[in-house]
Structures are given as C-alpha cells and as structure tokens.
Design a protein around this ligand. Structure first.
Ligand code: 13P
Ligand code: SF4
Length: 328
C-alpha cells in the first residue's frame, strides 16, 4: 500500500491516507469528476499525466478566464496556490480544491501584503499593478492585475501622467519598462525557477545548435532575455514554436511546456535551457508537488479547500475583473 500525506487546511492536522496501488487513478478521477460535477483546470507546468486528464490546460490568464466562465459545481485546480485562489475569488460560492496546499510560488511568498502596503504608502499617487503571481492580500491592495500574456496592455492602459508601482516580479518589471518606455517603481521579487537559467550555458548550447532559436519567459533575468530571439508568456511561447519556421528551439522556461509544444508540432526539437547548477531546478518545485495521487485524494476528500475571507475576496475581485475586462 502506498502511504500519502494529506494536510487538512482547516485544522492543519496531518492525516495519513492509503491508496491501493492497483487502483486505476485515471478511471477513479474521471468517476469523481462526474460525481462532483467538477472541472479540472491544469497549468502547462503540471506533469504530463495531469495535463492529459485535465479538462483544460492553459497559462495563468487562460486558467483565470476558464475559472470565470465555468458552470461546473467544483473547481479542481492543478496548479499553484495563487492560481486556485484567483479561481476562488472569481467563484466565492464554489468549492475550489488544490491537490497540495504547499504548492506556492516564490514570487507570491516574497511579497507579503503588509510590506507591500508600507511600500505603496511611499507613493500615494501611483497606480499599483500586480502580477497575478501574488496572494489575495496583495491583489486586494492592487489597482489592476496582469499576467505575462497581457502585462504590456495593462501597463499601457495606465494614463501617461500617472506613476506606476509594479509588483512583485522585478525581471518582468524591467522587461516591461524596456517594452513600454514607462518608468515604473519595482518590487524586488523573482521566480526561483526562471532565475536559475545560466546565460553562459545557453550560449554554449546555442553554439552546439546554431540553427536553434532561443525563446524565453519574461520572468528570466535580463542577461538571458537579451539572448532570446522571442520573449513571451507560456501560451505565447507555445504559439510561437508552432508558427515559426525553425526546427530547433532552446526553451528558457519550465520544461513542462515542452509537452504541448511537441504535441502541436511535428519533427521539431525542443531543448530545455540548462540551470546554473547540475540540478533539476528548472522544474518548478511548487507545481511539481501536485501528483495524480494527490489529485485523486483532493477530489475524493473534497479538500484541501481554498478558503478566503469574504471582505478580502471582494476587494481582490475588483483588480482581477479589471484585468479580465482589458484582456477581452
Ligand atoms: P504564465 O502566465 O505564462 O502561465 O506564467 C505563470 C508562471 O507562474 C510562470 O512561471
Ligand atoms: Fe512561481 Fe516561478 Fe513556479 Fe511560476 S515557475 S509558479 S513564478 S515559482
């Protein structure tokens, strides 16, 4: 028997639950989906089996849009905490479960609401744009949310005469300053995964693959972005490799996206950009906490559940709705 740990978020008690290893998890998950009238939303960084069983696989904007439009009774979110939290803010009366509550994000963790509030207080006339990779507390303080898919549009929506604070990703912020020419005050947060790519190793790989195009997510550091032939959000990178004539790509983002890139193309080579050290730290350790076993258990037990304060939910909804409106 396989032993799996389940954390009950309401009581913070560790329970032990046994899963019969002969169980057909795929079948069980699909049965539970029918029983619960649930929708399974998964991010591109989830392991292949989870992407295969999901009703919808997308980037953070697409998943928020799916959550906004769903008529399912239960949302099963195979992604990280801030994404499931966004789905809950958009659906306060629905049950939203996340396979592992510990699936956080270094960007969200590096920007506590009380510190951002203090920071914001120094610039009372500025507009606060927050990247969706942040907590509900940070969203509640923000004027508008963005994702990497719509960040440029969101920045350009702020009147020219207004100052902007951008939080929490300094790399995306720097990239947006370059792209839009807007002078923004940046919170100094970063993604532990996208910061790990080694510019030198990418350059070496490019010499070995002279025909390969380098593509990168804007959460990467400036030195890596400067080497890139194309910069875009997860879904923009997937679209780019499908439409571009090249047959080889060095991919500077989480390698989970390579599944969709390979499915959408034929005979193209996708080379994951290497991290600085010889580890697997180009895989998001938070996203990868979710497993098929935990997905099954969270549907069976209807927990861990995302629970949010009503007042906070109402405040956080306003800047999310603004973003969704701009993205239509
Ligand atoms: P996307 O908006 O491209 O899905 O990015 C989310 C994320 O967490 C990237 O690390
Ligand atoms: Fe957060 Fe980085 Fe993981 Fe994306 S890849 S969820 S930004 S830690």
């Amino acid at each position: 028997m396989l032993q799996t740990e389940v954390i009950n978020n309401e009581q913070d008690i560790e329970e032990l639950e046994y899963i019969d290893p002969t169980l057909d998890l795929e079948f069980e998950i699909l049965e539970l989906k029918k029983k619960l009238n649930a929708v399974i939303l998964a991010h591109y960084y989830q392991e292949n089996e989870i992407q295969d069983i999901a009703d919808y696989v997308g980037d953070s904007l697409q998943l928020a849009q799916q959550a906004e439009g769903t008529d399912a009774g239960v949302i099963v979110f195979a992604g990280v905490h801030f994404m499931a939290e966004t789905a809950k803010i958009l659906n306060p009366n629905k049950l939203v479960v996340l396979p592992d509550l510990e699936a956080g994000c270094s960007l969200a963790e590096g920007c506590p609401p009380h510190l951002l509030k203090k920071f914001k207080g120094r610039y009372p006339d500025h507009v606060l744009i927050s990247y969706i990779n942040c907590s509900a507390g940070v969203k509640a303080l923000s004027d508008i949310i963005c994702t990497s898919s719509n960040a440029e549009k969101v920045v350009n929506s702020v009147p020219e005469n207004k100052g902007i604070i951008f939080a929490p990703d300094k790399n995306l912020g720097k990239y947006l300053i370059k792209k839009t020419g807007r002078d923004m005050i940046l919170w100094q947060g970063s993604c532990i995964v996208h910061e790990t790519f080694s510019e030198k190793k990418i350059a070496k790989l490019a010499l070995e693959h002279p025909n390969a195009k380098i593509i990168a997510h804007p959460e990467c550091e400036e030195a890596v972005l400067n080497k890139a032939d194309f910069i875009g959000s997860t879904s923009q990178l997937i679209k780019f490799v499908q439409e571009d004539n090249s047959n080889e790509f060095i991919v500077a983002t989480e390698p989970g996206v390579i599944k969709k890139m390979s499915e959408n193309t034929s005979g193209k080579l996708f080379i994951p950009a290497p991290p600085e050290s010889n580890c697997s730290c180009n895989e998001c350790p938070y996203m990868r906490l979710n497993t098929m076993e935990k997905l099954y258990l969270c549907m069976k037990n209807k927990r861990p559940e995302i629970i949010l304060d009503k007042g906070l939910t109402e405040k956080a909804l306003v800047p999310i709705k603004r973003m969704l409106e701009i993205s239509k």
